[in-house]
Design a protein around this ligand. Structure first.
Ligand SMILES: NC(=O)c1ccc[n+]([C@@H]2O[C@H](COP(=O)([O-])OP(=O)(O)OC[C@H]3O[C@@H](n4cnc5c(N)ncnc54)[C@H](O)[C@@H]3O)[C@@H](O)[C@H]2O)c1
Length: 419
Protein backbone atom coordinates (compact mmCIF):
# COMPACT_ATOMS: atom_id res chain seq x y z
CA UNK A 1 0.00 0.00 0.00
CA UNK A 2 1.41 3.44 -0.88
CA UNK A 3 2.06 5.96 1.83
CA UNK A 4 -0.40 8.72 2.66
CA UNK A 5 0.88 12.30 2.52
CA UNK A 6 -1.20 15.16 3.93
CA UNK A 7 -0.23 18.57 2.58
CA UNK A 8 -1.70 21.24 4.84
CA UNK A 9 -2.48 24.40 2.84
CA UNK A 10 -3.12 24.21 -0.91
CA UNK A 11 -1.66 27.52 -2.07
CA UNK A 12 1.37 28.60 -4.09
CA UNK A 13 3.58 26.24 -2.10
CA UNK A 14 1.23 23.43 -1.05
CA UNK A 15 -0.36 22.67 -4.41
CA UNK A 16 2.91 22.12 -6.35
CA UNK A 17 4.16 20.01 -3.43
CA UNK A 18 0.97 17.91 -3.52
CA UNK A 19 1.38 17.41 -7.29
CA UNK A 20 5.06 16.42 -6.83
CA UNK A 21 4.09 13.83 -4.22
CA UNK A 22 1.32 12.44 -6.47
CA UNK A 23 3.83 12.10 -9.32
CA UNK A 24 6.17 10.25 -6.96
CA UNK A 25 3.42 7.69 -6.30
CA UNK A 26 2.09 8.82 -2.92
CA UNK A 27 -1.58 9.04 -2.02
CA UNK A 28 -2.08 12.72 -1.21
CA UNK A 29 -4.75 14.63 0.63
CA UNK A 30 -4.52 18.38 0.20
CA UNK A 31 -6.13 19.94 3.27
CA UNK A 32 -7.22 23.57 3.14
CA UNK A 33 -9.54 25.56 5.39
CA UNK A 34 -10.68 27.65 2.42
CA UNK A 35 -13.69 25.71 1.10
CA UNK A 36 -13.91 27.76 -2.10
CA UNK A 37 -10.35 26.81 -2.90
CA UNK A 38 -11.07 23.14 -2.23
CA UNK A 39 -14.15 23.24 -4.48
CA UNK A 40 -12.11 24.77 -7.29
CA UNK A 41 -9.37 22.19 -6.87
CA UNK A 42 -11.90 19.33 -6.87
CA UNK A 43 -13.24 20.72 -10.18
CA UNK A 44 -9.66 20.71 -11.62
CA UNK A 45 -9.68 24.51 -11.79
CA UNK A 46 -6.14 25.62 -10.97
CA UNK A 47 -5.55 29.15 -9.67
CA UNK A 48 -1.77 28.83 -9.67
CA UNK A 49 0.33 29.60 -12.75
CA UNK A 50 2.75 26.73 -12.21
CA UNK A 51 0.08 24.03 -12.09
CA UNK A 52 -2.13 23.68 -15.14
CA UNK A 53 -5.73 22.59 -14.83
CA UNK A 54 -4.83 19.58 -17.02
CA UNK A 55 -2.15 18.56 -14.51
CA UNK A 56 -4.66 18.89 -11.71
CA UNK A 57 -7.23 16.86 -13.67
CA UNK A 58 -4.68 14.08 -14.24
CA UNK A 59 -3.85 14.01 -10.51
CA UNK A 60 -7.55 13.82 -9.59
CA UNK A 61 -8.20 11.14 -12.20
CA UNK A 62 -5.30 9.05 -10.89
CA UNK A 63 -7.31 8.69 -7.67
CA UNK A 64 -4.20 9.63 -5.69
CA UNK A 65 -5.01 13.29 -5.03
CA UNK A 66 -7.89 14.44 -2.87
CA UNK A 67 -8.41 18.12 -1.99
CA UNK A 68 -10.44 18.44 1.18
CA UNK A 69 -11.45 20.77 3.99
CA UNK A 70 -12.13 17.82 6.33
CA UNK A 71 -9.25 17.14 8.66
CA UNK A 72 -10.41 13.55 9.23
CA UNK A 73 -9.36 12.76 5.63
CA UNK A 74 -5.74 13.18 6.76
CA UNK A 75 -6.15 10.85 9.73
CA UNK A 76 -3.23 8.48 10.08
CA UNK A 77 -1.12 10.09 7.34
CA UNK A 78 2.50 8.92 7.22
CA UNK A 79 3.78 12.39 6.33
CA UNK A 80 2.29 15.79 7.14
CA UNK A 81 3.76 18.76 5.25
CA UNK A 82 2.64 22.15 6.57
CA UNK A 83 2.59 24.95 3.97
CA UNK A 84 0.39 27.63 5.55
CA UNK A 85 0.92 31.42 5.52
CA UNK A 86 3.35 33.15 7.89
CA UNK A 87 2.41 36.85 7.66
CA UNK A 88 3.42 39.83 9.76
CA UNK A 89 1.05 41.50 12.20
CA UNK A 90 2.13 44.98 13.22
CA UNK A 91 5.73 44.18 12.32
CA UNK A 92 5.84 40.93 14.32
CA UNK A 93 5.62 37.33 13.05
CA UNK A 94 2.09 35.97 13.06
CA UNK A 95 2.38 32.21 13.53
CA UNK A 96 -1.36 31.68 14.07
CA UNK A 97 -1.73 29.59 10.90
CA UNK A 98 1.21 27.37 11.82
CA UNK A 99 -0.12 26.95 15.36
CA UNK A 100 -3.67 26.15 14.24
CA UNK A 101 -2.57 23.63 11.64
CA UNK A 102 -0.12 22.12 14.17
CA UNK A 103 -2.99 21.64 16.63
CA UNK A 104 -5.09 19.93 13.95
CA UNK A 105 -2.20 17.70 12.84
CA UNK A 106 -1.51 16.73 16.47
CA UNK A 107 -4.99 15.24 16.77
CA UNK A 108 -4.32 13.00 13.76
CA UNK A 109 -0.75 11.97 14.57
CA UNK A 110 0.06 8.28 14.86
CA UNK A 111 3.34 6.78 16.07
CA UNK A 112 5.90 6.60 13.27
CA UNK A 113 4.56 9.61 11.35
CA UNK A 114 6.73 12.50 10.12
CA UNK A 115 5.74 16.17 10.27
CA UNK A 116 7.65 18.67 8.14
CA UNK A 117 7.16 22.42 8.20
CA UNK A 118 7.74 24.29 4.92
CA UNK A 119 6.40 27.75 5.76
CA UNK A 120 9.05 30.47 5.91
CA UNK A 121 9.75 31.46 9.51
CA UNK A 122 12.40 32.49 12.04
CA UNK A 123 14.96 30.05 13.50
CA UNK A 124 13.49 28.11 16.40
CA UNK A 125 9.91 27.87 15.14
CA UNK A 126 10.06 24.14 14.44
CA UNK A 127 11.67 23.04 17.69
CA UNK A 128 10.24 25.69 20.03
CA UNK A 129 6.76 26.34 18.65
CA UNK A 130 5.65 23.40 16.49
CA UNK A 131 7.10 20.48 18.48
CA UNK A 132 5.41 21.46 21.80
CA UNK A 133 2.06 21.88 20.01
CA UNK A 134 2.38 18.46 18.37
CA UNK A 135 3.40 16.78 21.63
CA UNK A 136 0.65 18.43 23.68
CA UNK A 137 -2.11 17.60 21.21
CA UNK A 138 -1.05 14.02 20.47
CA UNK A 139 0.27 12.85 23.82
CA UNK A 140 3.27 11.47 21.88
CA UNK A 141 6.98 12.35 22.14
CA UNK A 142 8.80 13.99 19.23
CA UNK A 143 11.92 12.06 18.29
CA UNK A 144 10.71 8.96 20.12
CA UNK A 145 7.19 8.40 18.76
CA UNK A 146 7.18 10.63 15.69
CA UNK A 147 9.61 12.64 13.55
CA UNK A 148 9.77 16.35 12.86
CA UNK A 149 11.71 18.42 10.35
CA UNK A 150 11.86 21.68 8.45
CA UNK A 151 12.37 22.07 4.71
CA UNK A 152 11.98 25.56 3.28
CA UNK A 153 10.15 25.97 0.01
CA UNK A 154 12.06 27.72 -2.78
CA UNK A 155 9.25 27.87 -5.27
CA UNK A 156 9.50 30.83 -7.66
CA UNK A 157 6.06 31.26 -9.25
CA UNK A 158 6.13 31.33 -13.08
CA UNK A 159 9.83 30.41 -13.27
CA UNK A 160 9.99 28.01 -16.22
CA UNK A 161 13.60 26.95 -15.59
CA UNK A 162 13.64 26.15 -11.90
CA UNK A 163 10.76 24.18 -10.40
CA UNK A 164 10.17 21.92 -7.43
CA UNK A 165 11.98 18.91 -8.97
CA UNK A 166 15.22 20.53 -10.15
CA UNK A 167 15.75 23.17 -7.45
CA UNK A 168 17.93 21.73 -4.67
CA UNK A 169 15.91 21.47 -1.44
CA UNK A 170 17.31 22.02 2.04
CA UNK A 171 16.18 19.36 4.50
CA UNK A 172 16.57 19.13 8.26
CA UNK A 173 15.29 17.27 11.31
CA UNK A 174 15.15 17.74 15.05
CA UNK A 175 17.39 14.67 15.31
CA UNK A 176 19.21 12.34 12.86
CA UNK A 177 16.29 9.87 12.44
CA UNK A 178 13.95 12.79 11.66
CA UNK A 179 16.39 14.17 9.10
CA UNK A 180 16.62 10.72 7.51
CA UNK A 181 12.79 10.50 7.15
CA UNK A 182 12.44 14.04 5.81
CA UNK A 183 15.27 13.58 3.31
CA UNK A 184 13.91 10.20 2.14
CA UNK A 185 10.51 11.81 1.46
CA UNK A 186 11.85 14.68 -0.67
CA UNK A 187 14.40 12.43 -2.41
CA UNK A 188 11.46 10.72 -4.12
CA UNK A 189 10.60 13.79 -6.21
CA UNK A 190 13.39 16.39 -5.81
CA UNK A 191 16.62 15.77 -7.73
CA UNK A 192 18.95 16.97 -4.99
CA UNK A 193 18.34 17.43 -1.29
CA UNK A 194 20.76 19.40 0.87
CA UNK A 195 20.83 18.14 4.46
CA UNK A 196 21.79 20.53 7.26
CA UNK A 197 22.49 19.80 10.90
CA UNK A 198 19.48 21.46 12.52
CA UNK A 199 16.02 22.82 11.79
CA UNK A 200 17.27 26.26 12.89
CA UNK A 201 19.99 26.22 10.24
CA UNK A 202 17.41 25.39 7.59
CA UNK A 203 15.09 28.14 8.85
CA UNK A 204 17.91 30.68 8.81
CA UNK A 205 19.12 29.60 5.35
CA UNK A 206 15.70 30.46 3.89
CA UNK A 207 15.66 33.88 5.57
CA UNK A 208 19.23 34.50 4.41
CA UNK A 209 18.25 33.79 0.79
CA UNK A 210 15.33 36.21 0.87
CA UNK A 211 17.15 38.87 2.88
CA UNK A 212 19.99 38.74 0.35
CA UNK A 213 17.55 39.56 -2.46
CA UNK A 214 15.80 42.21 -0.41
CA UNK A 215 19.02 44.03 0.50
CA UNK A 216 20.42 43.92 -3.03
CA UNK A 217 17.19 45.22 -4.51
CA UNK A 218 17.27 48.03 -1.95
CA UNK A 219 20.83 48.84 -3.00
CA UNK A 220 19.93 49.32 -6.67
CA UNK A 221 16.70 51.10 -5.76
CA UNK A 222 18.57 53.61 -3.64
CA UNK A 223 21.16 54.18 -6.35
CA UNK A 224 18.35 54.57 -8.91
CA UNK A 225 16.87 57.42 -6.87
CA UNK A 226 20.13 59.42 -7.07
CA UNK A 227 21.23 58.71 -10.65
CA UNK A 228 18.94 61.34 -12.26
CA UNK A 229 20.89 64.02 -10.38
CA UNK A 230 24.17 62.40 -11.44
CA UNK A 231 23.16 62.42 -15.08
CA UNK A 232 23.79 58.67 -15.33
CA UNK A 233 21.53 55.95 -16.66
CA UNK A 234 21.38 53.32 -13.88
CA UNK A 235 20.31 50.60 -16.33
CA UNK A 236 23.34 51.15 -18.53
CA UNK A 237 25.57 51.15 -15.44
CA UNK A 238 24.05 47.85 -14.25
CA UNK A 239 24.57 46.27 -17.69
CA UNK A 240 28.19 47.42 -17.64
CA UNK A 241 28.81 46.10 -14.11
CA UNK A 242 27.17 42.83 -15.08
CA UNK A 243 29.91 42.20 -17.65
CA UNK A 244 32.14 41.26 -14.72
CA UNK A 245 32.14 37.46 -14.62
CA UNK A 246 32.72 37.22 -10.85
CA UNK A 247 31.87 39.14 -7.71
CA UNK A 248 28.80 40.90 -9.07
CA UNK A 249 25.21 39.74 -9.27
CA UNK A 250 22.64 41.57 -11.34
CA UNK A 251 19.67 43.14 -9.52
CA UNK A 252 17.47 45.78 -11.10
CA UNK A 253 15.49 48.66 -9.63
CA UNK A 254 11.71 48.68 -9.53
CA UNK A 255 8.67 50.23 -7.88
CA UNK A 256 9.29 48.41 -4.57
CA UNK A 257 9.02 44.79 -3.43
CA UNK A 258 5.90 42.67 -3.12
CA UNK A 259 4.57 39.14 -2.84
CA UNK A 260 4.60 36.85 0.14
CA UNK A 261 8.36 36.80 0.67
CA UNK A 262 10.50 39.93 0.39
CA UNK A 263 8.28 42.43 2.23
CA UNK A 264 7.84 39.93 5.08
CA UNK A 265 10.62 37.40 5.57
CA UNK A 266 13.54 39.76 6.39
CA UNK A 267 11.32 41.27 9.09
CA UNK A 268 10.94 37.83 10.70
CA UNK A 269 14.71 37.78 11.10
CA UNK A 270 14.86 41.38 12.27
CA UNK A 271 12.15 40.74 14.86
CA UNK A 272 13.90 37.67 16.21
CA UNK A 273 17.29 39.36 16.46
CA UNK A 274 15.70 42.25 18.35
CA UNK A 275 13.92 39.84 20.71
CA UNK A 276 16.86 37.61 21.46
CA UNK A 277 19.94 39.80 21.40
CA UNK A 278 18.64 43.36 21.78
CA UNK A 279 20.82 44.25 18.82
CA UNK A 280 19.63 45.25 15.40
CA UNK A 281 20.10 44.14 11.82
CA UNK A 282 20.72 47.63 10.52
CA UNK A 283 21.05 46.57 6.93
CA UNK A 284 17.60 44.94 7.01
CA UNK A 285 16.02 48.01 8.60
CA UNK A 286 17.62 50.22 5.96
CA UNK A 287 16.50 47.90 3.13
CA UNK A 288 12.93 47.89 4.48
CA UNK A 289 12.92 51.66 4.62
CA UNK A 290 14.32 52.08 1.09
CA UNK A 291 12.07 49.49 -0.55
CA UNK A 292 8.97 50.72 1.34
CA UNK A 293 9.70 54.23 0.12
CA UNK A 294 9.81 53.29 -3.59
CA UNK A 295 6.04 53.59 -4.28
CA UNK A 296 6.07 57.14 -2.95
CA UNK A 297 9.16 57.90 -5.06
CA UNK A 298 7.42 56.58 -8.20
CA UNK A 299 4.35 58.72 -7.49
CA UNK A 300 6.60 61.77 -7.09
CA UNK A 301 8.33 61.07 -10.41
CA UNK A 302 4.98 60.68 -12.19
CA UNK A 303 3.80 63.90 -10.57
CA UNK A 304 6.94 65.67 -11.80
CA UNK A 305 6.55 64.19 -15.30
CA UNK A 306 2.98 65.43 -15.56
CA UNK A 307 3.98 68.77 -14.10
CA UNK A 308 6.61 69.17 -16.83
CA UNK A 309 3.74 68.74 -19.31
CA UNK A 310 1.69 71.40 -17.49
CA UNK A 311 -0.64 68.84 -15.96
CA UNK A 312 -1.63 67.99 -12.40
CA UNK A 313 -2.20 64.44 -11.21
CA UNK A 314 -5.62 65.62 -10.11
CA UNK A 315 -7.90 64.99 -13.10
CA UNK A 316 -5.20 63.33 -15.20
CA UNK A 317 -5.91 60.06 -16.96
CA UNK A 318 -3.38 57.46 -15.95
CA UNK A 319 -3.00 54.03 -17.49
CA UNK A 320 -1.25 51.58 -15.17
CA UNK A 321 0.45 48.62 -16.83
CA UNK A 322 0.59 45.66 -14.43
CA UNK A 323 -0.50 45.31 -10.82
CA UNK A 324 1.03 41.96 -9.87
CA UNK A 325 4.10 42.02 -7.64
CA UNK A 326 6.23 40.49 -10.41
CA UNK A 327 5.94 39.61 -14.04
CA UNK A 328 3.85 36.76 -15.40
CA UNK A 329 2.03 36.03 -12.14
CA UNK A 330 -1.42 37.09 -10.93
CA UNK A 331 -0.42 37.46 -7.27
CA UNK A 332 -1.01 41.02 -6.07
CA UNK A 333 -0.33 40.41 -2.37
CA UNK A 334 1.77 43.25 -0.96
CA UNK A 335 2.34 44.49 -4.51
CA UNK A 336 3.88 47.98 -4.60
CA UNK A 337 1.79 48.62 -7.72
CA UNK A 338 -1.34 48.57 -5.55
CA UNK A 339 0.13 51.17 -3.26
CA UNK A 340 1.13 53.40 -6.19
CA UNK A 341 -2.32 53.05 -7.77
CA UNK A 342 -4.02 53.97 -4.50
CA UNK A 343 -1.75 56.98 -3.99
CA UNK A 344 -2.49 58.23 -7.52
CA UNK A 345 -6.22 57.69 -6.95
CA UNK A 346 -6.04 59.66 -3.71
CA UNK A 347 -4.40 62.51 -5.64
CA UNK A 348 -7.43 62.60 -7.94
CA UNK A 349 -6.22 60.65 -10.98
CA UNK A 350 -8.62 58.78 -13.23
CA UNK A 351 -7.08 55.32 -13.42
CA UNK A 352 -7.38 52.43 -15.81
CA UNK A 353 -5.35 49.26 -15.44
CA UNK A 354 -4.06 46.67 -17.87
CA UNK A 355 -3.66 43.44 -15.89
CA UNK A 356 -4.63 40.17 -17.51
CA UNK A 357 -3.17 37.88 -14.87
CA UNK A 358 -5.46 38.80 -11.99
CA UNK A 359 -9.16 38.15 -11.38
CA UNK A 360 -11.22 41.34 -11.77
CA UNK A 361 -12.56 41.12 -8.20
CA UNK A 362 -9.02 41.35 -6.83
CA UNK A 363 -8.50 44.83 -8.34
CA UNK A 364 -8.76 47.84 -6.02
CA UNK A 365 -12.00 49.84 -5.94
CA UNK A 366 -12.13 52.77 -8.30
CA UNK A 367 -10.01 51.36 -11.11
CA UNK A 368 -11.32 49.96 -14.38
CA UNK A 369 -9.60 47.11 -16.12
CA UNK A 370 -9.00 47.60 -19.84
CA UNK A 371 -7.27 45.80 -22.67
CA UNK A 372 -4.16 47.44 -24.08
CA UNK A 373 -4.71 49.14 -27.44
CA UNK A 374 -3.81 52.37 -29.23
CA UNK A 375 -7.05 54.10 -28.13
CA UNK A 376 -6.45 53.67 -24.44
CA UNK A 377 -2.80 54.68 -24.89
CA UNK A 378 -3.97 57.89 -26.58
CA UNK A 379 -6.58 58.39 -23.83
CA UNK A 380 -3.86 58.46 -21.16
CA UNK A 381 -2.03 61.57 -20.02
CA UNK A 382 0.50 59.21 -18.46
CA UNK A 383 1.23 55.51 -18.82
CA UNK A 384 2.90 54.06 -15.73
CA UNK A 385 4.59 50.71 -16.30
CA UNK A 386 4.77 48.87 -12.96
CA UNK A 387 4.86 45.14 -13.83
CA UNK A 388 6.53 44.02 -17.04
CA UNK A 389 4.47 40.96 -17.98
CA UNK A 390 5.56 39.19 -21.16
CA UNK A 391 3.20 39.34 -24.12
CA UNK A 392 2.55 43.09 -23.80
CA UNK A 393 3.26 45.19 -26.89
CA UNK A 394 5.83 47.58 -25.40
CA UNK A 395 6.68 48.93 -28.87
CA UNK A 396 3.08 50.05 -29.26
CA UNK A 397 3.25 51.69 -25.82
CA UNK A 398 6.51 53.49 -26.69
CA UNK A 399 5.23 54.65 -30.09
CA UNK A 400 1.72 55.73 -29.07
CA UNK A 401 1.72 57.16 -25.56
CA UNK A 402 2.41 60.85 -24.90
CA UNK A 403 4.27 60.14 -21.70
CA UNK A 404 5.44 56.83 -20.23
CA UNK A 405 6.98 56.41 -16.81
CA UNK A 406 8.69 53.03 -16.99
CA UNK A 407 9.86 51.39 -13.74
CA UNK A 408 11.05 48.22 -15.52
CA UNK A 409 13.06 49.46 -18.49
CA UNK A 410 10.91 47.83 -21.18
CA UNK A 411 9.98 50.90 -23.28
CA UNK A 412 12.13 53.29 -25.26
CA UNK A 413 11.74 56.52 -27.17
CA UNK A 414 11.22 60.24 -26.69
CA UNK A 415 8.09 59.90 -24.61
CA UNK A 416 9.67 57.44 -22.16
CA UNK A 417 11.17 58.30 -18.80
CA UNK A 418 12.79 55.39 -16.97
CA UNK A 419 13.03 54.90 -13.20
N1 LIG B 1 4.43 31.99 -2.65
C1 LIG B 1 5.73 31.78 -2.72
O1 LIG B 1 6.34 32.06 -3.76
C2 LIG B 1 6.51 31.18 -1.57
C3 LIG B 1 7.81 30.72 -1.82
C4 LIG B 1 8.53 30.14 -0.79
C5 LIG B 1 7.97 30.06 0.49
N2 LIG B 1 6.71 30.53 0.73
C6 LIG B 1 6.18 30.39 2.08
O2 LIG B 1 5.27 29.30 2.11
C7 LIG B 1 4.20 29.56 3.02
C8 LIG B 1 2.86 29.47 2.30
O3 LIG B 1 2.82 30.47 1.29
P1 LIG B 1 1.83 30.40 0.05
O4 LIG B 1 2.28 31.45 -0.89
O5 LIG B 1 1.69 28.99 -0.42
O6 LIG B 1 0.46 30.85 0.75
P2 LIG B 1 -1.01 30.74 0.13
O7 LIG B 1 -1.81 31.78 0.81
O8 LIG B 1 -0.95 30.69 -1.35
O9 LIG B 1 -1.51 29.31 0.61
C9 LIG B 1 -1.68 28.98 1.95
C10 LIG B 1 -2.95 28.15 2.06
O10 LIG B 1 -3.05 27.69 3.41
C11 LIG B 1 -4.42 27.68 3.76
N3 LIG B 1 -4.53 27.65 5.21
C12 LIG B 1 -4.42 28.66 6.10
N4 LIG B 1 -4.56 28.19 7.35
C13 LIG B 1 -4.75 26.86 7.27
C14 LIG B 1 -4.95 25.84 8.21
N5 LIG B 1 -4.96 26.09 9.53
N6 LIG B 1 -5.14 24.60 7.77
C15 LIG B 1 -5.13 24.32 6.45
N7 LIG B 1 -4.95 25.25 5.49
C16 LIG B 1 -4.74 26.50 5.90
C17 LIG B 1 -4.97 28.94 3.10
O11 LIG B 1 -6.39 28.85 2.95
C18 LIG B 1 -4.23 28.93 1.76
O12 LIG B 1 -4.96 28.27 0.76
C19 LIG B 1 4.50 30.93 3.62
O13 LIG B 1 5.22 30.76 4.80
C20 LIG B 1 5.38 31.58 2.56
O14 LIG B 1 6.22 32.56 3.11
C21 LIG B 1 5.96 31.08 -0.29
Amino acid sequence: MSKLVAVIGQGYVGLPLAMGAVDAGFDVVGVDVDERRVTRLAAADSFIEDITSAQLRAALDSGRYRPTSRWSDADGADIFAITVPTPLREGAPDLTYVEKSGEAVARLLRPGATVVLESTTYPGTTDQVLVPILERGSGLRAGTDFHVGYSPERIDPSNRTWGLANTPKIVSGIDPPSLERVQAFYDTFVQRTVPVSSTRTAELAKLLENTFRHVNIALVNEIATVTPQLGVDIWEAIDAADSKPFGFMRFTPGPGVGGHCLPIDPSYLLWQVRQTSRSDLRIVSAANEINDHMPEYVVRRVQAGLNARRKAVNGSRILVLGLAYKKNVGDIRESPALDITKQLLALGADIRVVERHTDAEALPDGVDRVELDADVLRWADAVVLLTDHDGVDYDLVSRTADYVFDTRHRCQGESVEVL
